[in-house]
Design a protein around this ligand. Structure first.
Ligand code: NAP
Length: 254
């Protein structure tokens, strides 16, 4: 059964990995999509794949650090599809991989801008459109890093992603009465370009897999299914949560 029939969704970070798979899944469930990331060719390929499967998608290339992009994505959803119901604010970057005392201010600022300020900018324009629609679902991709685990060398990333959880709680409290839900999705290690880059050193992949109770990384499709849950009516009483989808990395001690 299609779970998003008649819904309109924005997906950021849609050119690869979790965002790409989530856009495909949302489209298969009947949502009309506005997809975005910087790499235009990959986005066009995604939109083409959605259309060839009978779905509807508009690709808009841009940088999530740009406030005008945030505004434009919502405008396109409203003008072309009549409104906005779902926003998967998923774009993100690892930032510097270094002990905190060696992180330069500009690297810190860039990471916060890409991972956290982008979430604020997205929500700033998505909330009024959802209010006009009588409700909606905002989903933000966070991580277990900085929430259940302090991982050395990931200070800027952890701070930006933990900030998303606080932002999510405030949005949920501010806009619940308008039928708007806001949730953070916290994947464990996931087999995407980012996941592979983080585990590229010799032996690192086996080490990171071993940190998870399930002894493997997630496939991006598995994270997409949880995004679908948070986007759909199946999670109608779920708001303000930090939903771990982490293969047990947060509880594992073996
Ligand atoms: P990915 O394949 O590298 O995807 C990252 C996406 O973010 C790409 O589509 C990228 O598109 C986009 N992006 C990055 N910076 C951007 C910017 N400034 N403006 C616009 N788009 C930007 O990695 P992924 O694993 O799917 O990552 C998706 C989300 O999951 C991220 O927020 C990440 O932090 C989170 N996450 C990942 C893991 C993991 O192990 N992989 C675990 C927990 C959480 P362009 O390069 O085309 O702009």
């Amino acid at each position: 059964m299609q779970q998003l029939t008649g819904k309109v969704a924005i997906v950021t970070g849609a050119s690869s990995g979790i965002g790409y798979q989530t856009a495909l899944l949302f489209a298969r469930h009947g949502a009309k999509l506005v997809v975005t990331a910087r790499r235009q060719q990959e986005l066009e390929a995604l939109a083409g794949q959605i259309r060839s499967g009978g779905g509807v998608a508009i690709a808009v290339a841009g940088d999530v650090r740009d406030e005008q992009l945030a505004q434009r994505l919502v405008q396109i959803a409203v003008e072309r599809f009549g409104g906005l119901d779902i926003a998967f604010n998923n774009a993100g970057a690892m930032g510097p991989s270094a002990p905190l005392a060696e992180v330069a201010l500009n690297e810190w600022n860039e990471t916060l801008a890409t991972n956290l300020t982008s979430a604020f900018l997205g929500a700033k324009y998505q909330i009024p459109a959802m209010t006009a629609r009588g409700g909606g679902s905002l989903i933000f991709t966070s991580t277990f890093v900085g929430y259940t685990a302090g991982m050395p060398g990931m200070g800027a990333y952890a701070a930006s992603k933990a900030g998303i959880i606080g932002l999510t709680q405030v949005i949920a409290a501010e806009h619940g009465a308008q039928g708007i839900r806001a949730n953070a999705l916290l994947p464990g290690g996931t087999d995407t370009a980012m996941g592979r880059a983080a585990t590229s050193a010799p032996g690192a992949r086996e080490f990171v897999e071993g940190l998870h109770a399930l002894k493997r990384l997630a496939a991006p499709e598995e994270i997409a299914r949880s995004a679908l849950y948070l986007a759909s009516g199946a999670s109608s009483f779920v708001t303000g949560t930090a939903l771990l989808v982490d293969g047990g990395v947060s509880i594992n001690r073996t």
